[in-house]
Design a binder for this molecule. Structure first.
Ligand SMILES: Cc1ncc(C[n+]2csc(CCOP(=O)(O)OP(=O)(O)O)c2C)c(N)n1
Ligand SMILES: [Mg+2]
Length: 377
C-alpha cells in the first residue's frame, strides 16, 4: 500500500454498526406478525424466508469471525455482576436523559414550536449508551438523521442540541444544521447525515486518519477509534459494502454499528433485504460480525467493549448488528399506521430503560429512590 498517496484522503471520516444476543429473533418475530396479519404478505414473506434458508445453506461462514452471543452466554456461569453501581447509574442517567430529551422534542414539535423534520430515538437508547459511553473524547462518531441522543451520550450539552433544533446561533452547529445535522468538533461528532449511507465513508476516513497518523506520521498519542451508526435500510446501500471492504483491507480502527429497528420508514427489512441477518456480512469481508440484543444496554456494552478494544489494539474493524426498535414513527410527521400494534406492543414490553432499572434493583445496585432522583434531574 502506498501510504503517501493514500494520505491525501486522510481528512475523510466514517462509522456504523451494532449487534445482538439473539440473532434473528426480531426478524422471526416480525415475519410471524406479518404472516398472521395478511395472507398476501404472509405468502410473500413465507416464500422469502424459505428461500433465505436455502441460501444460507450454501453460504460460506467463517466461525471464528462470528461471535455467537447465545453460545457464549450458555457457556458462562455469571456469578459476577456486569457493572458496578457507579457504572449502572451512569448508564441509567444517560438513557433517561436521551428519552426525556426526545419526549420534550415531540411536545415542542406538536406545539408547533419546533419545525422541520425531526426523527426521534425512543426505544434505541441502549445502543447509543452502550457504545458511546465507552469512548474517549478523541474517538469520533458519525450518525444519521436520528442523531440527538448520540450527541448527548458523546457529551454535547442538551442545551446546545436543543438550541440547534430551534435554529439558534448558540446551537452546536450554529443553528444552521437543525435536527438532522448535529455536529461538534470538540466532541469529535463528525456530523449527522440526512442522506443515508453518507456518514459511513466519513467514519471510515476518520479511522484511516487515525491509522495514518499513528503508523506513518508516528504520532504516538493517536489511537482513536471511529464509530459509524446507521440503520438496517442503509445496509442495502453501496457505500456500506465499499467501506466494509476498505476497512477490512487496511485493518482500520472502526466499528460499524447497525441499528436494525426492522423498518426503513414504511419498508420492512424483510421485504427489502436478500440476506436479512446483517451481521453475517462482516465475515464476507474478513471482519467479525456480531449480533446483539439492542434492547439490553449491558449486552450492547459487552459487545461494544470487545469491538472498540479490538479496533484500538490495531486488530481492525467489526460489524455489529443491534436488534432494536423505535417506539415512535419514522419522524414526528409519520402517523405510524403501518406497523402492526402487536409488534409495537412486543417491543414496548422490552423497553431498555425499564430493563436496566430492573437489573439495578434486582442486583441491589440501586433502589427506587436512587433512580427516581435521576428521573427528576
Ligand atoms: C441516499 C438516500 N436514499 C433515500 C433516502 C430516503 N430515506 C430517508 S430515511 C430512509 C430509511 C432509512 O432506514 P434505516 O437505515 O433503517 O434507518 P432508520 O430510519 O430506521 O433509523 C430513507 C430510505 C435518503 N435519505 N437517502
Ligand atoms: Mg431502520
Amino acid at each position: 500500500m502506498n501510504w503517501r498517496n493514500l494520505g491525501a484522503y486522510a481528512d475523510c471520516f466514517l462509522s456504523l454498526g451494532d449487534t445482538g444476543g439473539q440473532p434473528g429473533s426480531l426478524i422471526n418475530f416480525s415475519a410471524t406478525v406479518l404472516m398472521a396479519r395478511n395472507k398476501k404478505i404472509s405468502k410473500r414473506n413465507n416464500g422469502g424466508s424459505d428461500m433465505r434458508k436455502k441460501m444460507f445453506f450454501f453460504q460460506f461462514e467463517s466461525p471464528p469471525l462470528i461471535w455467537d452471543r447465545r453460545q457464549e452466554s450458555k457457556s458462562k456461569s455469571t456469578p459476577n455482576l456486569l457493572i458496578t453501581k457507579k457504572e449502572g447509574l451512569e448508564l441509567y442517567e444517560d438513557m433517561v436523559l436521551g428519552r426525556a430529551f426526545e419526549d420534550k422534542c415531540a411536545k415542542m414539535y406538536y406545539d408547533r414550536k419546533m419545525l422541520g423534520f425531526v426523527h426521534l430515538y425512543n426505544g434505541q437508547e441502549a445502543v447509543s449508551t452502550g457504545f458511546i459511553r465507552l469512548l474517549k473524547q478523541q474517538d469520533s462518531i458519525v450518525c444519521t438523521y436520528r442523531d440527538h441522543v448520540q450527541a448527548l451520550s458523546k457529551g454535547v450539552s442538551a442545551r446546545a442540541v436543543m438550541s440547534e433544533l430551534l435554529g439558534k446561533a448558540t446551537g452546536c452547529s450554529r443553528g444552521q444544521g437543525g435536527s438532522m445535522h448535529i455536529f461538534s468538533r470538540k466532541h469529535n461528532m463528525l456530523g449527522r447525515f440526512a442522506f443515508i449511507g453518507e456518514g459511513i465513508p466519513i467514519a471510515t476516513g476518520a479511522a484511516f486518519t487515525s491509522k495514518y497518523k499513528r503508523e506513518v506520521l508516528k504520532e504516538a498519542d493517536c489511537g482513536h477509534v471511529s464509530l459509524a451508526f446507521f440503520g438496517d435500510g442503509t445496509c442495502n446501500n453501496g457505500q456500506f459494502y465499499e467501506c466494509l471492504n476498505m476497512a477490512a483491507l487496511w485493518k482500520l480502527p472502526i466499528v460499524f454499528v447497525v441499528e436494525n429497528n426492522l423498518w426503513a420508514i414504511g419498508m420492512s427489512h424483510l421485504r427489502a433485504t436478500s440476506v436479512p441477518q446483517i451481521y453475517k456480512k462482516g465475515p464476507a469481508f474478513g471482519m467479525p460480525g456480531v449480533h446483539v440484543d439492542g434492547m439490553d444496554v449491558l449486552k450492547v456494552r459487552e459487545v461494544a467493549k470487545e469491538a472498540i478494544g479490538r479496533a484500538r489494539r490495531g486488530e481492525g474493524p467489526t460489524l455489529v448488528e443491534c436488534e432494536t426498535y423505535r417506539f415512535r414513527g419514522h419522524s414526528l410527521a409519520d402517523p405510524d399506521k403501518l406497523r402492526d400494534p402487536a409488534e409495537k406492543a412486543h417491543y414496548a414490553a422490552r423497553d431498555p430503560i425499564t430493563a436496566l432499572k430492573k437489573y439495578l434493583i434486582e442486583n441491589s445496585l440501586a433502589n427506587e429512590a436512587d433512580l427516581k432522583a435521576i428521573d427528576k434531574r
